[in-house]
Design a protein around this ligand. Structure first.
Ligand code: HEM
Length: 471
């Protein structure tokens, strides 16, 4: 009887692991980030764990992270298969596709189509501005009152991606979209949560009616809606004249390649929707929470916005080059909020090495993003929210190398451009028009997030005032 699972030769060190359970008892499955940080103190920046009997390597700190995902890039660019998230999505898409031609073709197609539908041009800005009008109206209805911004921000980022995918947007009160948004908020809490870890560790529990079953039901809801939208597109499309992502993909299916199929189209719409909604909206939620907690930082943003946009009716993405403080604040929000805390799990594509250790092909790779985004030595104030982290002595915006909330290397987030545009245009537009304050009767702001595939701020309310009407 073996009392511990054996590590392969020259494998990164790590805590003693138990048969069957592996290291699950070493981790607080509700939020393992602090445990990952503690294990780093004992075993160094590259260490190993067993998730059940599956060996995993956790990467910490900029140096090891760069070596893995940027320098040895393709060696670390795989995705593990046969895990909870693969099973709920039931297809490859792009996020979970393993390294290879299927992933490469779909990633290239998604980037090209995002560009064709306006990313990098003014048309995407136009869509974002159109959507903000609805957000502004929602806020105007609440002047002098307090409101919970969660659903509003989710709907705004959901609509921006729905416009690209399906050429449609949904009213903020629309029952269907509220249901979808809710499905995803739940889904992303289940993924990376304790039940998903158990699912990955103990294959024999997979068919039992345990709490992870809810994620399968949520997924079905999205799949049915997506199927309906794709069918509607098939009826109304004109081949060769795409109106949106779905039309472009259907054109591609007709052109030939076996990899492009209607089944995979559902996977792609799911991936872009899920990756593009919860991440961006939670970044905005975190951003506004910090600006409520630090009103002097909100004031300073507004002074810069007023000065740079004087005489202009609206902000453009190019204005960011003249707004170092605003840029620093948005980057600091992303650094401090660490919205995708374990990135998306990677997997080695061949036998390789990292920091002198040997890592066999097929090893699960976990990026501990906090270990870089808050690494001592990389930041002026690693552990507190402080826009000075992105400003030099002349007050110019600078971006340290350790800023990698979108990860890096061949798997770097493919929506980075869109996300950055959304965050800048939405935050500037809202801060220009409104002043947001923490309600007097709500106690102190709590910046501690809730763990899941995304880190999300605890629900909060904010008081809305028109800036022109105060002082
Ligand atoms: C992957 C972060 C917004 C689409 C990722 C990854 C991270 C990330 C950390 C994993 C990279 C890796 O595996 O190394 C973020 C953050 C966002 C954001 C922080 C917002 C603030 C978006 C948006 C879209 C998107 C708006 C869609 C248009 C994707 C896709 C992947 C991905 C498709 C998978 C790429 C691949 O596997 O090749 N993102 N993301 N993301 N993201 Fe984002």
């Amino acid at each position: 009887f073996q009392f511990k699972l054996r590590r392969p030769k020259n494998f990164p060190p790590g805590p003693l692991s138990l048969p069957v359970l592996g290291n699950l008892l070493n981790l607080d499955l509700k939020n393992p980030i602090m445990d990952f940080e503690k294990l780093k103190e004992s075993y160094g920046n590259v260490y190993s764990l067993f998730i059940g009997s599956r060996p995993a390597v956790v990467i910490n700190g900029l140096k090891a992270m760069k070596e893995a995902i940027m320098i040895k890039a393709t060696d670390f660019a795989g995705r593990p298969q046969n895990m909870f998230i693969n099973d709920i999505t039931q297809r490859k898409g792009v996020i979970l596709a393993d390294y290879g031609s299927f992933w490469r073709d779909h990633r290239r197609f998604a980037l090209m189509t995002l560009r064709n539908f306006g990313l990098g041009k003014t048309s995407m800005e136009e869509r974002i501005h159109e959507e903000i009008q609805f957000t502004v109206s929602k806020l105007e209805e609440n002047i002098g009152k307090t409101l919970s911004p969660q659903v509003m921000f989710h709907n705004a980022s959901s609509n921006i991606i729905c416009k690209v995918l399906f050429n449609t947007r949904y009213d903020y009160e629309d029952g269907m979209i509220t249901e979808i948004v809710q499905c995803f908020v739940e889904l992303l809490k289940i993924a990376n949560g304790p039940w998903a870890m158990m699912y990955d560790a103990f294959p024999w529990i997979r068919s039992l009616p345990l709490p992870f079953s809810k994620a399968f039901r949520n997924m079905e809801t999205f799949r049915n809606i997506s199927k309906r939208l794709v069918n509607e597109h098939k009826m109304s499309r004109v081949p060769g004249e795409p109106r949106d992502f779905v039309d472009s993909y259907l054109d591609e299916v007709e052109k030939s390649s076996n990899d492009f199929s209607e089944q995979q189209l559902l996977g792609m719409t799911f991936d872009l929707y899920v990756a593009g909604t919860d991440t961006t909206s939670n970044t905005m939620l975190a951003g506004f929470l910090y600006l409520l907690a630090y009103p002097h930082i909100q004031d300073k943003c507004q002074r810069e916005i007023d000065q740079i946009l004087e005489g202009k009716d609206r902000v453009s993405f190019d204005d960011r080059h003249k707004m170092p403080y605003m840029q620093a604040v948005i980057h600091e929000v992303q650094r401090f909020a660490n919205i995708v805390p374990l990135s998306v799990f990677h997997c080695t594509t061949k036998d390789t090495e990292l920091s002198g250790y040997s890592i066999p092909k097929g090893t699960l790779i976990i990026q501990n993003m906090q270990s870089v985004l808050r690494e001592e030595g990389q930041w002026k104030s690693p552990h507190e929210f402080n826009p000075e982290n992105f400003l030099n002595e002349q007050g110019e915006f600078v971006k340290p190398e350790a800023f990698m909330p979108f990860s890096a290397g061949p798997r770097v987030c493919l929506g980075e451009g869109l996300a950055r545009m959304e965050l800048f245009i939405i935050m500037v537009t809202l801060l220009r028009k409104f002043k947001f304050t923490w309600p007097e009767d709500a106690g102190e702001p709590d910046l501690t997030p809730i763990f899941g595939a995304t880190l999300t701020p605890k629900p909060y309310r904010m008081k809305v005032q028109l800036r022109s009407e105060q002082s």
